[in-house]
Design a protein around this ligand. Structure first.
Ligand SMILES: Cc1cc2nc3c(=O)[nH]c(=O)nc-3n(C[C@H](O)[C@H](O)[C@H](O)COP(=O)(O)O)c2cc1C
Length: 365
């Protein structure tokens, strides 16, 4: 594959000349613990924090700041903001620039009604004039890298070209496009043709996002879109080896398969990394289930692991299920693609989750 060179203005990727990879920002997932676990299996080129909420009373959330301050992955972290008030956005930028951020990212995509009704996140896609003002203010406030993560539009793509022009006129340094509208949420087809269109319109590199399920899909999506790289979210929870596999695929090397035994080791590592002193065992087990919902999509085609995992109520029960399903035949390959019809439920389209931001934190079995 002939990669686009990464412009000198961006931090260098792991391997010069290869397309970029990034871990997608995910509220309550992409924290310090998850970033360090992912980097154990092969870090992406770039990390993005989950969004910092910006409003009159906001101060950068301490637990999100930890993912910047204590980042030991060796890879740059961009700080993502969600908000629309220019005074408070620029105040927050000034705060965040005191921390070792690679740049500032604006969220123009969150589809949770509670968020878009406040005209922030995906809601802003209805108002390109407001985006113009916000990007103007952010560009003036950010001496380094200013990046944007957007969907194609709110319920249609009528403003798409206008917003792409704003990306150019405000000299945005990197654009991530999740190839769905806000109304399409998370499970529709991804419109890679629209990402390809954007690649021809904007001057900055584009990361293609949405259903990049495996290294071979990443390569196909890059061919289809001409994007400079891929951003991967849910499928990095399922398969944290995916960034290393992408680099192998992009370099034309054999892609190292993952076994069920490897996955058992990942689950144990994630459990240890997400241990918080004082966190009740039941809550910790529930927290693990939100990750395992995605992992389970590649364990068995009938969803038996998911079925059993969701019923575990203690650490011992959870690991008994993991051992039974993952260690009975530890050399069996963990499917690189999710099995068709094995769906992570509850997922981010579950009604209870839509009352908050896009968070999996409220998930229980
Ligand atoms: C649990 C969860 C939380 C998310 N939180 C954020 C967020 O804080 N900021 C953001 O820009 N996108 C957020 N997203 C969207 C992802 O970054 C990404 O655009 C989307 O999941 C599509 O990519 P994927 O198919 O690789 O998961 C979130 C997605 C999920 C599943």
């Amino acid at each position: 594959m002939k990669p686009d060179p990464v412009p000198a203005s961006l931090p260098a990727g792991h391997v010069a000349g290869l397309p970029l990879t990034a871990l997608a920002p995910m509220q309550d997932v992409t924290d310090l613990a998850f970033m360090s676990v992912v980097s154990h299996y092969g870090a992406p080129d770039f990390f993005f924090t989950e969004f910092f909420r910006v409003h009159a009373q906001s101060h950068p959330e301490k637990h999100i700041l930890r993912s910047i301050e204590e980042n030991a992955t060796g890879r740059p972290v961009f700080a993502q903001l969600i908000g629309e008030d220019i005074t408070h956005l620029t105040r927050t930028v000034a705060d965040l620039l005191r921390h070792p951020v690679a740049g500032i990212d604006l969220n123009l995509g969150c589809p949770a009604p509670k968020v878009y009704k406040k005209n922030v996140g995906g809601g802003l896609l209805r108002d390109p004039d407001r985006i113009d003002e916000i990007l103007g203010a952010l560009r003036a406030a950010v001496p380094g890298l200013l990046t944007v993560k957007m969907r194609l539009g709110f319920d249609d793509t009528v403003n798409f070209d206008r917003i792409l022009e704003l990306v150019n006129s405000h000299r945005v340094d990197l654009l991530t496009i999740h190839g769905r509208t806000v109304k399409e949420m998370y499970r529709s087809e991804v419109h890679y043709d629209a990402i390809a269109h954007a690649v021809t319109r904007v001057r900055c590199p584009v990361l293609a996002n949405g259903n990049v399920t495996s290294a071979s899909r990443a390569a196909a999506i890059l061919r289809e879109t001409g994007a400079a790289g891929v951003m991967i979210g849910r499928h990095a929870i399922r398969n944290p080896w995916i960034f290393r596999q992408c680099r192998q695929q992009f370099a034309g090397q054999p892609v190292t398969p993952v076994t069920l035994g490897d996955v058992r080791e990942y689950v144990g590592r994630l459990y240890r990394a997400t241990t918080i002193p004082g966190l009740a065992e039941r809550l910790h087990v529930n927290k693990m289930k939100k990750y395992l919902n995605f992992v389970g999509q590649s364990v068995d085609p009938a969803g038996a692991f998911l079925h059993d995992m969701r019923r575990a109520e203690s650490e011992a029960a959870l690991f008994e299920v993991c051992d039974r399903h993952l260690l009975a035949d530890p050399n069996r390959t963990f499917s690189p693609e999710p099995f068709a019809g094995v769906i992570a439920r509850p997922n981010c389209e579950t009604p209870s989750l839509l009352t908050d931001g896009c968070s999996l934190d409220t998930i229980t079995a």
